[in-house]
Write a protein that binds this ligand. Structure first.
Ligand code: ADE
Length: 262
């Protein structure tokens, strides 16, 4: 792995009422990127901007309905502070991209992760309860790119788990985060297909042999087999990917023919 030099590749500010929820970002691959300064991670407690002795950040929705909403006041104060601190570090013209995890957002995909990996500065606002007062998104949307993002068609208890997903999927794409052992090119979703099945030693396990093609040393044949397997698996498990022009599979990668993985 190459050591980072100079400025971080990505500054990430996360605003949440559960700062401890983001602790996994200090572990493993992303944790190393944070420790090495490739990712400059700042986690902020929204509760510091809460109201009254209970530091309340929520209120009942206008128009009625179940549950509570996050009020705009604490969010405005928190985001103003985060933007000011980020600009003090990055320069007065720095522009944050504001991500609001929400089941009502656009779908977060590998393509979106690649886009976010290039923006330089992400601010992620984690909602709880029934979400955040819409005026917060309107207000900041007049100044910055604002992206409500969903990580899938299910409802989480809050945005924190989604923030972990967005940061991990994005940060691993930054230069120098993945080592030589991990390849971006061949993995699922990088070329619009699911990844082919993979095998390691032993060549026979519980009577199950590794597909013969993989042990024969014919790299062009291996590349063809992997491509076929990837297409078959995608058609079976995720036919929607084959139908989606945005995800349409690209050509087989040249590195497929470069040599055996094992
Ligand atoms: N918050 C609650 N559910 C969510 C989801 N599916 N994606 C992103 N944020 C969420």
């Amino acid at each position: 792995m190459t050591a980072p030099e100079g400025a971080p590749e990505l500054r990430v500010d996360v605003v949440t009422v559960f700062p401890e929820y983001l602790a996994p970002l200090r572990l493993s691959l992303i944790g190393r990127a944070v420790a090495r300064g490739v990712v400059d991670l700042h986690v902020h407690d929204l509760r510091r901007h809460g109201v009254g002795v209970h530091r309340a950040v929520d209120d009942a929705p206008f128009g009625g309905g179940p549950g509570m909403l996050m009020a705009p006041g604490p969010w405005g104060d928190a985001l103003d502070e985060v933007v000011a601190a980020g600009r003090a570090a990055l320069g007065p013209a720095a522009t944050p991209h504001l991500v609001f995890p929400s089941p009502a957002g656009r779908l977060f995909t590998q393509r979106r992760a690649r886009e976010l990996a290039a923006v330089g500065w992400l601010v992620i606002g984690c909602g709880r309860y029934e979400g955040i007062d819409e005026r917060v998104l309107d207000e900041y949307g007049e100044r910055f790119p604002v992206l409500p993002l969903s990580i899938g068609d299910y409802v989480l208890a809050g945005g924190e788990a989604a923030a972990l997903v967005v940061v991990e999927a994005t940060a691993r794409l930054l230069p120098g985060v993945l080592g030589n052992a991990e390849s971006l090119a061949e993995e699922s979703h990088e070329r619009g297909l699911l990844e082919h099945p993979a095998y390691t030693r032993p060549a026979v396990w519980r009577g199950r042999a590794v597909p013969e093609v993989l042990t024969g040393g014919d790299h062009a044949r291996i590349a063809r087999w992997r491509r076929e397997q990837a297409l078959r698996r995608t058609a079976e498990r995720r036919p929607d990917l084959l139908a989606d022009p945005e995800q349409r599979p690209g050509p087989a990668a040249r590195e497929d023919t470069g040599g055996p993985r094992r």
